[in-house]
Design a protein around this ligand. Structure first.
Ligand code: GLU
Length: 382
């Protein structure tokens, strides 16, 4: 039997998203960019590009590298820094992050492009497509995109918050084969390895369960924003949309090339699920801020499971305020989310036609709308 390893998966991955955690780019001792480490990453990227791989980097570090200008102690965990200060620190530090990559890649005659994204942009289909086109164009020109969240304008609910999620979102946007999360952790353990010496490392996960999420725990190390839990949740989203995800320790120089080439490099590989969804459906399923929800009855649920569209007659409740074309959650009669879809009606009109036969829509609303409330092609079920 041929076993699947991080190396075998990466051999067949042509488009790879590499996420770099703050701790790796920030040299804590000198409170500066860890240029040596960034240089080693750039060397690895150059070797991979020569093999025909396309690499997109998502790098954190802007808050960590901007702290001192805002007089924020290096011991304050990110979650304790007031949002406005974090945003200001990020706008100072982002220059240092990008400059570090730019200089390092330039030594190999590779151009780096700075791309700052917000969640609300990637949730919007048109902007998502624009960002995708930009990234494809850069990659076609041999340019390496260096991406971060646009922290200055991202607040509260419209924030990715941690770059684990952003990396997967970018992976979904460009249909990457694999996302690699480089951090201080070499993977998922059965328990917190810092506290439990008997905790066992898990190298291969082909089906993420609640159990795995529990194993990850809630601890968030040092300057990081996300802990192991956010990584496993990111893995869940990635694998559902057909993308592999690898967690590995990036602290040593040349960790990136090692995870491609060296079978003894420790990692956790979350293997992609078979996924027939096209890019639009992947975008839809990964939507993080749906505008409302529709609760359906058991008959409608059966129809959906048999491949039908959702008709107004099967709707029992509408929640939230949304417009025609917005993405909403689909809930079953016990309130569990079973999918996402694009609504053909506003919540205002939907409340008037719910439970009604489609042929009565014209009489109720005074215009001829679509017979289905969410068309099959505009829906993903979990
Ligand atoms: N965007 C934040 C930064 O660059 C990082 C978020 C994260 O650590 O995941 O500092």
């Amino acid at each position: 039997m041929i076993s699947i390893t991080s190396q075998s998966v990466l051999k067949n991955s042509n488009l790879v998203v590499v996420k770099v955690g703050s701790v790796l780019v920030h040299d804590k001792q000198n409170d500066n960019i860890n240029q040596k480490w960034v240089d080693s990453l750039a060397e690895d990227i150059c070797r991979l590009v020569k093999r025909g791989k396309k690499i997109v980097v998502i790098s954190s570090g802007s808050v960590a590298l901007g702290r001192k200008s805002l007089n924020i102690s290096s011991n304050t965990p990110p979650k304790n820094i007031p949002l406005a200060q974090k945003q200001a620190a990020s706008s100072v530090g982002q220059y240092h992050v990008f400059n570090g990559y730019f200089k390092a890649l330039a030594k190999h005659n590779i151009t780096a492009a700075q791309v700052l994204l917000t969640m609300s942009e990637t949730e919007n289909r048109r902007m998502n497509l624009n960002a995708r086109e930009t990234l494809y164009t850069l990659l076609d020109h041999g340019i390496v995109p260096i991406i971060n969240e646009n922290d200055t304008v991202s607040t509260g609910e419209i924030r990715f918050g941690d770059n684990d999620r952003l990396s997967v979102r970018v992976g979904q946007m460009i249909c990457a084969n694999t996302v690699i999360l480089l951090s201080t952790a070499d993977g998922l353990y059965t328990d917190n390895p810092d506290k439990n010496l008997l905790a066992e490392h898990i190298a291969f996960i082909d089906n993420i369960t609640e159990e795995h999420i529990k194993m990850a725990g809630d601890a968030i190390p040092g300057l990081s924003t996300g802990g192991m839990k956010s990584k496993v949740e990111a893995a869940l989203s990635a694998t559902k949309s057909g993308i592999n995800l690898i967690i590995t320790d990036g602290q040593e120089n040349h960790s990136l090339i090692n995870i491609f080439d060296n079978p003894s490099k420790k990692s956790s590989l979350f293997i992609a699920q078979k996924c027939d969804n096209n890019a639009r459906k992947i975008w839809l399923g990964a939507h993080m801020s749906p505008k409302g929800s529709v609760t359906i009855d058991d008959g409608a649920l059966r129809a959906l499971n048999n491949g039908s569209s959702l008709l107004p007659v099967g709707i029992s409740f509408i929640d939230g305020n949304f417009s025609r074309g917005d993405v909403i959650k689909i809930l079953n009669s016990s309130g569990h989310k079973i999918g996402m879809g694009v609504s053909a009606y506003s919540s205002h009109d939907a409340r008037k036609i719910m439970g009604c036969n489609s042929k009565d829509i014209q009489d109720i609303l005074g215009y001829t709308g679509r017979p289905d409330f969410i068309h099959r092609n505009d829906m993903v079920l979990e």
